[in-house]
Structures are given as C-alpha cells and as structure tokens.
Design a protein around this ligand. Structure first.
Ligand code: MN
Length: 427
C-alpha cells in the first residue's frame, strides 16, 4: 500500500499555522483524556485533536479491517500490533477525511462536535504501555565527550564502541509524558576530594537530549530481525529526555553500567510521529569505519534530518535555548540498533521503547546534555537575565523540541516539557 499522506501541497480544511509541527502531512498518534473524562486514541492536525474512536464509531474507517474497540483504548499497543499495513491505511484515510477538497466531515457540524477537540481542552497521556525500555549510546560525539570526562581523553571511546551499538536495559515504570513533573533523586555519591561516599539529593541532575522509537511485535524468541527488515517493525518516534543524575552515575556505573542514576525518570513527547511521515526527511547516516559485521550492514539513506533543541526555563521566567543538535548525527541507525538488539534472539514486543542515547553534535553548542555543555560544571551555561546553570536546578523546566523542515514542508514532534521538583523529604 502506498503512502498517500506526504504530498507537501496537500491542505486540510482544519486551520494549520505555517510554523505548526502538525500539518495534514504529519498525522501522529496519541492517547488523550477528553473534556468528558473519556480516554481515547487520537491524532492531531494544527491545534485540533481528532478523536479516532468517535471517527470509527461514525463509520469513517469503513473498509479498513479494524476491530470495533481498536481506538477506544487507553494505549496504542493493540493498534500498533496491527502492523504497518494497518497504520498506513488509517493514516491514508485520515488524510482523505481532512483534505480540503473533501466535504463529508467538513460540512457535518454534528459529527465535528464529537470528533474534534481543541488542544487546551484535552490532557495528553502516555501513548503506549511500555513493556520494555532499552537505552542505546549511539552518538560518537557524546560517547567521546563522556569518556574524556569520566575516564581518559586518550582512550575516550571504549574498544567495543565502533563495533557494537552499545546499550543497556532500563526501566519502563518511570517513563512519563510531557507535563508530569519529576523529582530530584536521592542516592549515593562520591564527591571529588571525599574519602568515603555520601548520601543525599543528587547535586548534578541533567537532561539527555534523545529520541526514542516504538516497536511492534517483531519476532519470536530465538529469531533475529534482519537489518533490511528492521524498519518495518518501527511504528514511530518521540522526543525523549532521559533524566540523569551525574554524581550518582559516576559512583555506581562500574562494572554493570547505569542503574539508579537513570531510572528515576524519563520524559517523552506525547505524539508518536510515524516513520511514514518522516520518509521525506531521510538522509545518510555518518560513514562507519571500521565496516560493521554483515548483520549490521546497510545501504542507502538510513537516518532522518530532525532538528533538535533544548531550552531551560527557570521558575516564572522565559526559556533560553541552550543547545541545537540533529538526529542525523547518530553513528548507529535505528535499524542497526534493532538488528543488534535481536541478533541473539531477544524478543521485541508491541510498545517497546528504544532510546537513541544522548544526541550530541560535533560542536560545543550542539551537545546533548549539561554534563557536556558545562563540561562537568567548569563552564557555566548562560541563561537570560544574567542567570547561569551548570546542571538543572529545582523548579527549572526543561523543554525538548524537534522538527523536520525541507522545501517549506515541516513535520514536528511538538515538545516534551518537564519541571524538576526538589528531592523527596522524609516527614
Ligand atoms: Mn540515556
């Protein structure tokens, strides 16, 4: 089935501003709570949320094999299990329904009343029940910077890094959507100059600028996913802030890798943008030297040109953009990550989430974490109104944004904005 949604000249009868992340070419998927406290699966055009449950009940998906309750659920997992053909058929249909030349819904005020919501009358939820969460470490610039700071500038990249898309299994229990505040974690650290570890609130809370992809059921246990097939099992992508406590991380990470420094919170943007929508923005990924093993070899354009930004807003103040990066800088592609993840027979399920790892660019103004931007706190980052930050302070809000732009066409992810609350206090 062809993708009929990407034509940049296509217009919707719904109003879309020129700088919107959600033109009719995007058609992302999410889950939201309506003004009547009903949870539904939806999409979005401009600043209008579309209740797909209501659209389906009113017969607008006729001819597409869908169960009656597929959109009347509080997660997208079952819909994602339907596979790429289903996602594409539904997006193609939504694109037709909201096309400026289609009068059906456009002229039906009664239907519009139950199908459309303005963004300020709904509450976005976590879009999937995330079974497993894996975080990769796929930015060469980030791995080099961290290796330089935490270990040895001469041997910043570990010997395995250019051969393996390095990753670790994280926790899905503390992944939350944009708008849910997170708490500064408590933990053990070993401050420089101390002679024994200390316990208390982390002093070095950081963001990580990442993206994550969401999978569908892909394989049975024991069977790898072939690299050329891997993208067929990726439903879409979100912005991903992988909150990190650098002081806890530095003390705990040897020898098994990150643990409590990473699993206290990760925040995602609520709309899942499909790979089909991102198709026009494909680019080549960085050249790989040494050439990877055959199970990781790919030809063609396997990355996406996605502009990424992070801003920090202190309480009651305007935000300052602190970095600009791009998804295309990642050394290992999503297909390579998924092929590697399953080469041993590991099973992937519908709704699993895979983080890219911090996406740092080649220049100091494109680094993807405060650890790198402030170079371990030695170079404070300037904010507006003469403020500065080495790491994230209590009541700061961290905002990640991402969008693609080409020949005047724009597709975006919206944002993930999260406030950091002070550490938990025992009463
Ligand atoms: Mn991470």
């Amino acid at each position: 089935m062809p993708i009929n949604t990407n034509n940049p000249s296509k217009k919707s009868w719904l109003k879309v501003s020129k700088d919107s992340d959600f033109p009719i070419q995007n058609i992302p998927f999410g889950v939201f709570l309506t003004r009547d406290d009903i949870i539904t699966i939806g999409s979005r055009i401009g600043d209008q949320a579309i209740d797909l449950g209501a659209l389906h009940q009113l017969g607008y998906f006729e001819g597409i094999p869908l169960t009656d309750d597929i959109f009347l659920q509080d997660t997208l997992n079952d819909f994602i299990s339907g596979g790429k053909k289903t996602w594409r058929a539904v997006r193609n249909r939504i694109s037709e329904i909201f096309d400026i030349d289609n009068p059906n819904l456009q002229n039906n005020e009664d239907h519009k009343k139950v199908i459309l919501f303005s963004m300020d009358e709904i509450e976005m939820q976590l879009p999937v029940q995330i079974g497993d969460y894996t975080d990769f470490y796929s930015s060469k610039e980030h791995a080099t910077n961290v290796g330089t700071m935490f270990r040895d500038p001469e041997n910043a990249l570990m010997p395995n890094w250019l051969h393996i898309p390095v990753g670790y299994h994280g926790r899905s229990s503390t992944i939350v959507p944009s708008g849910i505040p997170v708490r500064r974690p408590l933990g053990q650290t070993f401050p420089r100059g101390a002679d024994k570890p200390v316990f208390g609130p982390s002093r070095l809370v950081d963001f990580e600028l990442e993206m994550a992809f969401i999978t569908t059921d892909a394989n049975v246990m024991g069977e790898p996913i072939a690299i050329d097939d891997a993208e067929n099992y990726i439903f879409g992508m979100v912005l991903f802030n992988d909150w990190s406590a650098r002081d806890i991380q530095k003390w705990e990470y040897v020898p098994l890798g990150p643990f409590l420094a990473k699993n206290f919170a990760s925040s995602i943007s609520p709309w899942i943008v499909t790979l089909d929508a991102l198709e026009p923005f494909r680019v080549e990924s960085p050249e790989q030297d040494p050439e990877p093993f055959p199970y990781l070899r790919q030809k063609g354009q396997n990355s996406f040109d996605i502009n990424l930004e992070v801003a920090i807003a202190p309480e009651d103040e305007e935000e300052t953009m602190v970095t600009r990066s791009n998804f295309k800088y990642l050394y290992w592609t999503m297909a390579q990550q998924l092929a590697h993840h399953t080469i041993n027979g590991c099973k992937i399920n519908s709704g699993d989430m895979m983080g890219s790892g911090t996406i740092s660019g080649p220049t100091p103004d494109s680094y993807g974490s405060m650890l790198e931007l402030s170079w371990q706190g030695t170079k404070p980052v300037q904010l507006k109104h003469h403020k500065q930050r080495k790491f994230i302070e209590d009541h700061d809000t961290v905002i990640l944004k991402g969008y693609c732009e080409k020949n005047g066409a724009r597709i975006g992810f919206g944002e993930v904005a999260t406030k950091l609350l002070p550490a938990h206090q025992n009463k």
